[in-house]
Design a protein around this ligand. Structure first.
Ligand code: FEO
Length: 166
């Protein structure tokens, strides 16, 4: 496969692995702070990012390239509060969207239309993930640190968290 595209896909594998780790750290923090609904949401989100990573690995290898399983950076252990967690999540997803867009652009420059087609799934996924993070943040802003509101918010997340799409 085109080596520039392969390198860019391998870079994206690292981004997805880091995302999975980052959300795992958020899940663990939430679990340790009595926010079991948020923890469930984040554990599932972490799984979803791992799936994004696996999909890239399989795509590269099936096309005759060589996927590289990357080291991942250590995520934070502590977070200030729920609003800070979801703000970081949204900021992170916005950065991932930029990476995906850059990757799509590389495919066009290299005239690799099949990888371009494969990446459209990630383009849609990013739209959904950013929209979800914004909706959740809007709710948290309405609650504005109110303890009863946080309790209900966490319970709602517990009820709405669903396993990743595969
Ligand atoms: Fe796979 Fe949320 O980026």
């Amino acid at each position: 496969m085109n080596l520039r595209v392969q390198q860019a896909l391998n870079d994206q594998i690292e981004k997805e692995a880091s995302s999975s780790h980052y959300y795992l750290a958020m899940a663990s923090w939430a679990e340790n702070n009595g926010l079991n609904g948020t923890a469930k949401f984040m554990y599932l989100h972490s799984d979803e990012e791992r799936f994004h990573m696996l999909k890239l690995i399989k795509f590269i290898n099936e096309r005759g390239g060589e996927a590289i399983v990357p080291p991942v950076t250590k995520p934070p252990v502590q977070f200030d509060n729920l609003e800070s967690v979801f703000t970081k999540l949204l900021e992170h997803e916005i950065r991932v969207t930029e990476c995906i867009n850059n990757l799509v652009n590389i495919c066009l420059e290299e005239k690799d239309y099949s990888t371009h087609n494969f990446l459209q799934w990630y383009v849609s996924e990013q739209l959904e993930e950013e929209a979800l993070a914004r909706t959740i943040l809007d709710k948290l802003k309405l609650i504005s640190g109110d303890k009863a509101g946080i309790y209900l918010f966490d319970r709602d997340l517990d009820n709405s968290a669903t396993p990743p799409k595969v």
